[in-house]
Write a protein that binds this ligand. Structure first.
Ligand SMILES: Cc1cc2nc3c(=O)[nH]c(=O)nc-3n(C[C@H](O)[C@H](O)[C@H](O)COP(=O)(O)OP(=O)(O)OC[C@H]3O[C@@H](n4cnc5c(N)ncnc54)[C@H](O)[C@@H]3O)c2cc1C
Length: 397
């Protein structure tokens, strides 16, 4: 049986970042992943255009993941509008005393950068392709079995294995699921006149539509609607798709053309109120999978990861009950607040009641009229919620 300090199941965005940080802290780490280590084959490393906020950029920089090869598009300006309502909320990073709110990074490219970093760190052993099939935990250690029959033992097991987490199920950790009845359609389009550092988000009665800057003259589109409407949009020809996009966006940022490959994601909330058990912790989507309405999922998961590196990376016994309780103590409020915020927005904009939609719309626009409130909201959206982990801290860069 092979022995480690920490075993991580799931080598997606959350698990790869955690493995890097714990190995950098000197821990002996096992990383178990079901898919081959080619960026193209992993579900986590796909065509999604991720808004990575400023705190997450600090974390990725400090983990050595943001290297020269990785293309990132800085985000300095955000425009938020609502279909059928006049005016819009405009946020500029300079007015909030920062160079950028964050950056847009294609998940596939971030995944490739993570794989490069994982190859460079020492103290890490990958088990891939392998799947977790059994877990046993006692007061001293946790032992797992993989589908090849290989057995691994460690002081801490971390489930970074996504929404349908096997670790969560085998450990008997309770979670709740709510299906939004919506899906996200993602693809990119050419938009030659787009400003390079601006993101647009438009709320409509059936769901939000976002345009995110990508390298060259392309924009990443995240189009959320009822699942049946997204199914129908998947089979439109390119001309019809562009026509729908122009109608839906209300204000065309500069003429769209040449839509790329389309992918669809059904949307549901998975909430795990206590994401840990004896010698086991859950991070990323395995703990909380949130609606992409405000681009928080990966950012939230990365804050879980950074806090776990702070607590477990420096502990003699990283799976001790006190270590996991202290970690969750730091994360509990942020997890609850982020889930509450994204869920409220997602339900309000998909609610058939226009009263609910109106209330949320006014709430959003009120931030523009109250600079102090807006500043607080912006700082939280940039990922700086107390307590801030050492990897996310502004001085750490
Ligand atoms: C349309 C859309 C847009 C989004 N945009 C943003 C955004 O702009 N900003 C943002 O912060 N977030 C965004 N998100 C959320 C973000 O994509 C996720 O939060 C993030 O990808 C989750 O990563 P993860 O590593 O936790 O989980 P996953 O990506 O699901 O990775 C889990 C990994 O575990 C592996 N695995 C699963 N089971 C096993 C097993 N039994 N044994 C071994 N390995 C296993 C899988 O193969 C996979 O590699 C978006 C999501 C969607 C759907």
């Amino acid at each position: 049986m092979k022995e480690f300090d920490v075993i991580i199941v799931g080598g997606g965005l959350a698990g790869s970042a955690l493995a890097t940080g714990l190995a950098q802290s000197g821990k002996r780490v096992a990383l178990v992943e079901a898919f081959e280590p080619k960026a193209d084959s992993r579900p986590s490393f796909d065509d999604r255009t991720l808004v990575v906020n400023a705190a997450s950029l600090n974390i990725l920089t400090n983990l050595g993941i943001l290297d020269e090869t990785l293309t990132t598009c800085p985000l300095r300006h955000i425009e938020i509008s609502r279909a059928g309502a006049p005016g819009h909320l405009s946020l500029r990073s300079a007015e909030h005393g920062c160079d950028r709110f964050g950056a847009v990074i294609v998940a596939r490219e971030l995944g490739a950068a993570m794989l490069r970093r994982l190859e460079a760190v020492s103290g890490l052993q990958s088990f891939c392709p392998e799947k977790l099939v059994r877990v046993e935990a006692d007061d001293e250690r946790v032992t797992i079995e993989l589908d090849s029959g290989t057995r691994l033992t460690g002081r801490l097991l971390v489930g970074a294995d996504g929404t349908n987490s096997t670790v969560r199920r085998l450990a008997g950790i309770d979670s709740q699921r709510y299906d939004y009845g919506q899906s996200a359609l993602i693809f990119n389009v050419r938009c030659p006149r787009r400003p390079a550092d601006t993101a647009w988000e438009r709320f409509t009665p059936v769901g939000p539509l976002a345009f995110l800057p990508q390298p060259g003259d392309r924009l990443g589109v995240v189009w959320i609607d009822r699942s049946a409407a997204i199914e129908a949009a998947l089979v439109l020809d390119d001309y019809e798709l562009i026509e729908r996009l122009e109608t839906r966006s209300g204000r065309t940022p500069g003429g769209f053309a040449s839509p790329g490959r389309r992918a669809r994601y059904p949307l549901a909330l998975t909430r795990t109120p206590r994401p840990f058990a004896r010698r086991i912790a859950l991070v990323g989507n395995a703990a909380n999978t949130v609606h992409p309405v405000s681009a928080q999922g990966f950012n939230l998961g990365l804050r879980d990861v950074a806090a776990l590196i702070d607590h477990a990376g420096h502990a003699g016994d990283p799976g001790k009950p006190g270590v996991l309780a202290a970690w969750f103590g730091d994360r509990q409020e942020d997890q609850a607040a982020t889930v509450r915020y994204t869920d409220t927005l997602a339900r309000a904009f998909s609610s058939p009641s226009s009263v609910v939609r109106m209330g949320t719309g006014l709430g959003l626009f009120a931030h523009a009229a109250m600079p102090a409130l807006s500043r607080r909201l912006v700082r939280a959206a940039m990922g700086f919620r107390e307590p801030i982990s050492s990897l996310a801290g502004e001085r750490a860069r």
